[in-house]
Design a protein around this ligand. Sequence first.
Ligand code: F6P
Length: 338
Amino acid sequence: MKVAVLTGGGDAPGLNAYLKGLYLSCKKNGFELYGYLDGWKGVLENKYIKIEMDEVIREFHEGGTFIGSSRTNPAKDEATMNKAIENFKSTGFNVLVAIGGEDTIGASSKMHKAGIPVIGLPKTIDYDLEGTEFTVGFNTAVNIVMDAVEKLISTAKSHKRVLVLEVMGRHAGWIALYGGLAGGANYILIPEVEVNIDELTEFIKNRYEKGYKYAVIVVAEGVKISESQKYEVVDEYGHVKLGGIGELLAKIIEDKTKITTRSVNLGHIQRGGPATSYDRIIPLFLAQKAVELIKQNISGKLVCIRNGKVDVIDLHEAEGKTKKVPVELYEQMKTYFV
Ligand code: F6P
């Protein structure tokens, strides 16, 4: 049995744990494991390596993915889809294990519908993949944001400033909400809930009046605000230079409260470095389940965590969907915005 694996989309801490889990579970069953290089790009270019014990053991502790990743999506049009299918069939691989977020899992679902045996494993630091309580990288990203919030609180206090921390989460505010709550941020803004600038600035002014002369605000990168235009910066050629939402928000807060406000964009630091224990252990469980399915000749499934247990859903259940933060949860968590 020849099993192929790819890691697609933005990288995430813990991907190498999936690769270790898959390699050792395959080895136990006498299967060979091959890794496509740079995600679906490797499928389209027919580039892959045979995965060996030494690198699996060596890379387990490292962040990122040792087989590389890319945002190449084979499902973008019919021609690329056909190319991916044709290339996969030419290799003699029996099954493809695709590790990724919605783009990769969506493409996997389409490949499976086209007759390719595919099994999906969940990955995205954004945590916005439907159907699973675990996506590798999210827990690590939350811990990184927690750490950043704590550090910002101490410097904000010293300078009696407002600090705005922009975090990842283009479509969903999971990282902002969880990381912000864990770090003790004073206020959190997520894309799922419309921003009320007056409420935010009143909140900050109130804190200062009560004697708490600092504030740390966490904002997800996907947050949009209607005031954007008023604060647009025009470059020397007359082109609008839009900063990130964090920068924009800092300008608005300073303008409305007259309190010195700075912004920090945490960026790719949230995806870098080694994984937390959780992001190393769960992939080992899920990889083992994926190989069990392969043994039983089952494909078209996403191996996931549901109700706290290793479980399996159909790939198409996660296709084309984004798991958002429920507005009720956000409203409940506002109790802790103090
Ligand atoms: O991995 C998901 C994500 O972190 C998004 O939150 C972010 O918008 C995007 O990746 C940025 O990644 P890249 O710069 O690799 O395209």
